[in-house]
Every structure is written in C-alpha cells, then in structure tokens.
Design a binder for this molecule. Sequence first.
Ligand SMILES: Nc1ncnc2c1ncn2[C@@H]1O[C@H](COP(=O)(O)OP(=O)(O)OP(=O)(O)O)[C@@H](O)[C@H]1O
Ligand SMILES: [Mg+2]
Length: 462
Amino acid sequence: MTEKQQIQDSPDEYQARLNKVLNRGHTMMTRIPELAAKVQREKHHVDWIDQAEVDSRIQKRRYTLAQACEMIGVDSKTLVEAERDALLPAPDYRQDTPNRMRAGYTINQINHIREHFGTAPRKPESMPCPVVGFMNFKGGSTKTTSCHLYSQYLAMRGYRVLVVDTDPQASLSFFFGKMPDYTVHYHHTIAPYLLEDEDSLEFAGFPPGSSQTLDYAVQKTYWSNIDIIPSCSKLLSIDLLSKSFIGLTDAPHASLFSKLRDGLMGLSDNYDYILLDGTPSLNLNTLNSILACDLVFVPTPPSMPDFSSTLYFVKLFFDALDMLSKDSPGHNVPVLRFFIAKKQRGETDDFMCSVIKSVFSVSDGDVLENSSPASREIGKTTSYTYTIYEENPSESSNRNGLKRACEEFNQLFDEMHDVVSQFCFSDISHRPPSIDITLDPNKHVEDGDREESSTLEETAHV
Ligand SMILES: Nc1ncnc2c1ncn2[C@@H]1O[C@H](COP(=O)(O)OP(=O)(O)OP(=O)(O)O)[C@@H](O)[C@H]1O
Ligand SMILES: [Mg+2]
C-alpha cells in the first residue's frame, strides 16, 4: 500500500499527524525569540538592554564609542563626561575579555543618548507624518523585507517609526517579536477599527469608544523607537466581513477607503514616519492601505512573472482611482515609485531591468535609480529572525557580503528618503547622516579595536 492510500484509509491518523506538527510548531513559535535572546545574552552583559527588552527579543548590534558619537552628533569627551557624571547610564563592558573594554552601544542606547542631548532628528514640525507603503500583489516581491529594513534604517538614524502590518501572513509582526495568533489576536490588529467593531474591543477589555481610533492597536517593539500595529491571520476575515459591511452602509466608498488614513493621521503626532507592509491580495484592507499612503514603493523583482504581476497591480490601482474619482473627487492619492528588487548581476536581470524601466518610468524618477541586491545575507539573517542591520560584522560568516548588502540597501533607502522628503516635506536636504557599518566592538583580535578601546578607557578615566 502506498503512503497516500494509508493516509486516505485512516483520516484520524492523518489528523493526529497534523496535530503533532501544529503542537510542535506552536511550541517552537513561542520559544524562538527566547532562544535567540539566550544566545545573545551569553555574549554580553545586558543589564541595560533588559530594560529595553520587549517580547523576549533584544538588540544585539553594537556600535563603538566613535561610531555612536558620530551617530548621536556629540564628541566622545562630552559623552564620556555625561556617563561619568551619571547623567547617562554607565556603559556596558565586555564580559569575554579580561581587559576592561567597552561592549559598545546598541541603537536603543544611542537613541536614549540622542534624547538626552536633544540631537534626535525629527520631521519638520509643521508637516504631518508621511505614510509610506511597500506594496505589490506579487507574493515574495520583498515588500516585508524592504519595509522591515527601511524601518530599521530610519530608526538607526533616530527617527520615531510606526510600522503597520496589514498582511494576514504577519511576517513583519513576527520579525518584531510578536507571535501572530498566539499573542496577537483580531482585537490587536487594524480590523476592529476598519470594521467599527466596538463589541469585539469591549469584549477584549478595551474601554468603550476604543474602535474610534487606532490607539488600542499600537504596541512597543524591542527597538525603542519602532512601534508596531501587528497583524494575525484573522485579518483575512476583513475580506468576508467587509462585503457585508459595504452592503450594509450607504456611505460613499471614499469614507470606507479613507478610514485607515484617518486612523493613522490620528497617530501622526507621535512619529516621524509611518510605514505599511502590504498584502499580496486585494480587499478592503488593501485598498485602505494603498489609499492611506502618501507614497507607495512597489518592489519589482526582475523576472517576467513579477513584471506581469506588477502591471496587474497598476491596473487595479488605476481601477480603484477611477472608481474613487467618480465617487469622491479630492481623495488622497499616493505617489507610486517602483524599484527593482532582488537584482542579481548578469545579462538576464539586466534585460528585465531595462524592460521594467522602459514600462514603469513615464517621468524621471518613477523607477528608483537604486535597487535592492539579491543577497544571501538577507536569507541568512532572517533565519535567525534578525536583519542585516542587526548583525554584528564580527559575528558574520561573510563580513564582506554583509557590508556590501548593508551599503547597497543604504543607497536604496537614501534615495527613498530623498523621495519622501521631496514629496512630504518639500525638502530634499532632509537626508539623514550616513552610518559607518564596518566596525563593531566585538572583534576579538584586531589591533585597531583594542587600541581604540584602550584609548576610550583612557578618555573615560580623564
Ligand atoms: N534582497 C533580497 N535578496 C535575497 N532574498 C531576499 C531579498 N529580499 C527578500 N528576500 C527573501 O525573499 C523572500 C520573500 O521576501 P518577502 O517576504 O519580503 O516578500 P513579500 O513581498 O513580503 O512576500 P508576501 O507577498 O508573501 O508578503 C523571503 O524569503 C526573503 O528572505
Ligand atoms: Mg510580506
């Protein structure tokens, strides 16, 4: 008898197998962040990090004093004096060496110091918070990766970022330490707000009137300046629920489709950027997401299926705008910008890149100059649920590859940042300072670092 027949013959056994997988998966899902944190804990003294710890995940990337000072915008003497005078917490020291060497600073620590010195960058005061989406109906086109990395690129530079996961697959929520369907449920997502589902929020313990704003849905992450509105598989039900919702109301389409934007604008004062991770499907949720944005970046991998799906995305976007222009002119319309994603070197990709540019570029700048590289480092780091920006170069198995990937993503995000500044702040000089990603304080043998660390300690004891 074949295995298939056996399965057909005993459905109970088949269900028992599936149950086993689900139970194991459940256990692993709840343990992954804890295990990842444990591995990191063994490397460093983490008293200070523990305060910033959320959902069992920690920041592991460390920057040297010199790098931290450059990122903060103060000189090392000023920083060291503030630490010595207890205006700032004492620095962490490495536990893996008998020498007294600084362990370096995490981004959370750097952001705390930025706050102390008042050097954190902020969006122009008079401007609302830009809402930037990463969308394409093509699955796997790198929406989540791009959104995730861009949020960290901004947070590393000191901006306050809100990321909104609109995808029922909830990968972004997972990467930020949330457990979709385990610790994130329907009442934690944008759904009750979009569907005006007051009953579910009250049942979950929220005060009356909670469905009027998105405040109930905002959660902290282990990055002190990145908050998240998470997602879970229940967002799928928006599709089913929204049909009856649309049928039950006489409200014009625009008031349904502008709901998410209204909700996000209500949170705008607390952030410099709001980023949306899109879903590879079309429903009320997707239209709300697209129309909530000031700018939508459309990642387009250079392959024929990705190209044709991106065209389909443009077609649906066109149809939605057409419907809205008849129904409610004056509705917010996002600017679309395409960028080539997962680009490899070689003739095939070059050909598809020129196809993408010639089709999607009607005016200058419609397709970004920079692309995201296809990089094995992305896959490697996401397996450990950390990104290339969170990896210490000294711990990488391919330091050059990591450096190259960070540099290429930085170039892409610099350009995105220019586009956002141009459209949302009318100011392209708003580009954040670059960050030297080549060094970290965890190297064990390189002379430069030891020298630097001992110099730092001398400074510290002056
Ligand atoms: N630049 C890159 N180089 C190599 N692999 C990448 C790159 N960007 C993303 N990936 C990988 O491609 C896969 C799909 O990426 P991602 O989840 O970001 O796509 P998506 O558009 O969000 O997918 P979905 O439509 O399912 O939400 C992931 O396994 C990710 O690790
Ligand atoms: Mg995704």
